[in-house]
Ligand binder design. Structure first.
Ligand code: HEM
Ligand code: CA
Length: 749
């Protein structure tokens, strides 16, 4: 069917289906691969075509090798932490086609360059040697052209005609400041360890992590619950997903990134400093690191597609707050799968061991930790609850209409909760009241796409608010006697804990009944993620702090002071000024011992080192960057819940009073909750009985046929079909609610 390029349109678009259940299934994990569809008719010269063919073969073989290698390790139960990270950052479906097209393009140009260099015995850029026509042939045959040309929007109304792809999935992350690469085009800062920047060498990221982030003690937040942190992760997963290439080995020399300290794209290993507290003096060790995939046609010398061609990274998600990923998926095929999956489609178990398949949602990271999986499950149930309630109100509605209306309400819920309850606690009341409290209306000139610095640095602030446990509580909000708190490193990718250890209720109680970790300058990142991330066996775990900084360098993100300047903040130049900004001379001294100049401080680290703004949970720099991003995704979203013509005024009034507490009550067996679940209060100070929390008022969605009670959703739909043949009430593979707290023996993870 024709899709208007911008997957963003998924939100209210009907899809062609043989049947269209309006309920969602929490389905089973399926591994699919997509083929890039390249037109095979070409006019290009034989030289270029042969480079293209060879590039495709190299890329396809590398993908195949990587896939077989990964699967075999998973089957042998010997997946390493870096295998897990790679799976987490694997592109799927459409995103995979985009990444593959970019890999084809990059390798074709690399081969042309190598081969012409061989002929001419001097260095030439591939793009200087080929004509614009040949370049467009390559772009077309690799599938890259389709990714940069504007989509043809015949079917979907209301598209931003000027910038139809802005905010859509599988488009590049935007830049608020120009990228800074070591070679000006694509090499990360620190690629050449002997090259000075602003007069000084960059420290190893792991060294910085050891010196600044390391802590064994944890301060707890007195004001905010752990929900603030894990809901933040849930929100992040609606906004940004930066894929790596599926290949685990370098295209140019076949080096396997897992097994080497050598640098060759996409391998950019994290070097371990001498005397590392974990690795000792074995300085030949590295933590594997895979560079994020380049966007089509970027990161090559010369000019392609008429623009300067610095390496950019891809956002696989819609930037809008639309629950696109957590519940629905912004991919057409997957959205359909999520609606159709039944327990018949079980994954084949070839290991002979008892297995619990992973849960699948729109976002591939749903299983990353069991607190997050619980939130996914709860919101998915809310969709189903709404769809059922709407059907009671409007028995004549088709499945399609029920699904679309429930989905639209869910998007409204998310937007209201983020702007009413969440953001102020993060950016502080000052920035919030100045920039985020009043809705200024839709503006098609505002670019709503996610910026690289937001995804790579600013919104990773909450990695320092992660507790070393996932809390699990009983009906009285005491530690669960049967299923006690779990160490975080034993709560990664363990969906079986939800199935066999009491369902989601103990975990949701843990989120609303226990505090977040407080990020303080003395106690920054817990060891579960700084040393043991994704560690399942005795193999060494990963370091999320190092990953964040290495990722920033991989993406060419400018340093700390450049961003302070961007935000109109002071730029500390020396020790005294830095000590003043950080309000902490000891931290300033330790930072400068490594970086020598504040200019070079990795922006994620600089940001999380700042003391909080009043009433917030980030410093001034991240308050500015996070505020700016949320402003843009609200103002540049023509489906924003407050925008005219999206909901009726009665519907808007209903949405404005949505209660997070009530969503918990409606979708779990929990009987009493804090009425403001982000605010930490011990239970002794009085939680509210679910009976006392008003239900969400759905009456404005009653289709009375006589007034303008409802917005006509058909104008958001490509086709309005009557698809009521199948009355699919039962949701498959759901975790039973509340009463499911029965013990089973978990399989060995
Ligand atoms: C147990 C909790 C969490 C774990 C284990 C975790 C782990 C990770 C990992 C492994 C990455 C990819 C690192 C890389 O290679 O670049 C990542 C990225 C990220 N994380 Fe977290 N995270 C957690 C919680 C959070 C929270 C609470 C937030 C925000 C409130 C957050 C925001 C982000 C963002 C924005 C990214 C970049 C996503 C992308 O564009 O791909 N994370 N996280
Ligand atoms: Ca989204």
């Amino acid at each position: 069917m024709p899709i208007c390029g911008a997957e963003e349109e998924q939100r209210f678009k009907a899809t062609e289906m043989t049947y269209a259940p309006y309920l969602l299934a929490l389905g089973l994990y399926l591994v699919l691969s997509c083929q890039v569809s390249a037109a095979e008719d070409s006019l290009g010269s034989p030289f270029i075509l042969s480079a293209l063919e060879d590039a495709k073969r190299i890329v396809d073989e590398a993908y195949k090798y990587s896939r077989e290698e990964s699967l075999s390790r998973v089957r042998k139960m010997s997946a390493s932490p870096s295998d897990v990270l790679r799976l987490l950052k694997q592109p799927a479906r459409d995103t995979r086609s985009v990444v593959r097209a970019a890999d084809y393009m990059e390798n074709t140009l690399r081969l042309i360059e190598e081969r012409t260099h061989h002929l001419h015995k001097r260095s030439l850029n591939a793009t200087d040697l080929i004509t614009p026509d040949e370049l467009s042939t390559i772009a077309r045959l690799t599938g890259c052209a389709a990714r940069v040309q504007p989509p043809s929007c015949r079917t979907t109304p209301q598209v931003n005609k000027r910038y139809p792809r802005r905010g859509a999935s599988n488009t590049p992350l935007s830049r608020w400041l120009p990228a800074e690469y070591e070679d000006g085009i694509s090499q990360p800062m620190g690629w050449d360890p002997r090259k000075p920047h602003n007069g000084f060498l960059l420290p190893l990221v792991r060294e910085v992590s050891n010196e600044i982030l390391r802590t064994t003690a944890v301060d707890s937040d007195r004001t905010f619950t752990y929900l603030l942190t894990i809901f933040g992760q849930f929100v992040a997963h609606d906004m940004t997903f930066t894929p790596t290439s599926p290949s685990i080995r370098s295209f140019s020399n076949g080096i396997n990134c897992d097994e080497t300290c050598d640098q060759a794209n996409p391998c950019f290993p994290i070097k371990i400093p001498n005397g590392d507290p974990r690795f000792g003096s074995n300085s030949n060790t590295c933590l594997p690191f895979f560079r994020s995939a380049p966007a089509c046609g970027t990161g090559n010398t010369g000019f392609i597609f008429g623009a300067s061609n610095v390496r950019q990274q891809i956002n696989g998600l819609t930037s809008f707050l639309d629950m696109s990923e957590q519940v629905y998926s912004s991919n057409d095929v997957q959205a359909r799968e999520l609606r159709n999956l039944t327990s018949d489609e079980e994954v084949t178990n070839t290991t002979g061991l008892e297995e619990v398949p992973c849960f699948v949602a729109g976002d591939s990271r749903v299983d990353e930790n069991i607190g997050l999986t619980s939130l996914h499950t709860m919101f998915l149930r809310e969709h189903n609850r709404l769809a059922r309630a709407l059907r009671q109100l409007n028995p004549h509605w088709s499945d399609e209409t029920l699904y679309q209306e429930a989905r639209k309400i869910m998007g409204g819920f998310l937007q209201v909760i983020i702007f009413r309850d969440y953001l102020e606690a993060i950016v502080g009341p000052n920035a919030f009241s100045r920039h985020l409290s009043n809705y200024p209306g839709y503006d098609e000139n505002i670019d709503p796409s996610i910026s690289n610095v937001f995804s790579t640095a600013a919104f990773r602030f909450a990695h320092l608010a992660i507790q070393p446990f996932m809390f699990r509580l009983d009906e009285n909000y005491n530690e669960h006697p049967q299923f006690p708190n779990v160490m975080l490193h034993k709560a990664f990718f363990t969906p079986w804990r939800l199935v066999f250890e009491g369902g989601i209720d103990p975990l949701i109680r843990g989120l609303v009944g226990r505090p977040s970790k407080l990020n303080t300058q003395d106690h920054m990142m817990v060891e579960d993620i700084r040393d043991k991330m994704f560690q399942f066996t005795s193999r060494l775990g990963l370091d999320l702090g190092s990953l964040n900084m290495q990722r920033g360098r991989d993406h060419g993100i400018p340093g700390y002071n450049a961003w302070r300047r961007f935000c109109g903040l002071s730029e500390p130049r020396d020790f005294n000024q830095l000590a003043q900004v950080l309000k902490n001379p000891s931290l300033a001294r330790r930072l400068l011992q490594m970086y020598r100049t504040p200019e070079n401080i990795d922006v994620w680290l600089g940001g999380v080192s700042e003391p909080f703004v009043a009433g917030g949970r980030v410093g001034p720099l991240f308050s500015c960057l996070i505020t700016t991003q949320f402003q843009r995704i609200r103002q540049g979203d023509r489906f924003w819940w407050q925008n005219e013509g999206i909901f009726t005024s009665r519907q808007r009034a209903s949405l404005a009073s949505v209660s997070f507490a009530r969503i918990i009550c409606d979708n779990t067996g929990i009987k009493d909750v804090p009425s403001h679940p982000f605010q930490y209060r011990p239970r002794g100070s009085g939680y509210t009985s679910c009976n006392a929390i008003p239900a969400f008022d759905l009456t404005p969605w009653m289709d009375t046929d006589q007034d303008d009670n409802l917005i006509d959703t058909s104008r958001f739909q490509v086709q309005n079909q009557t698809l009521d043949q199948e009355d699919d009430w039962e949701v498959q593979n759901e975790i039973p609610q509340g009463s499911s707290e029965t013990a089973h023996q978990p399989p060995t993870p």
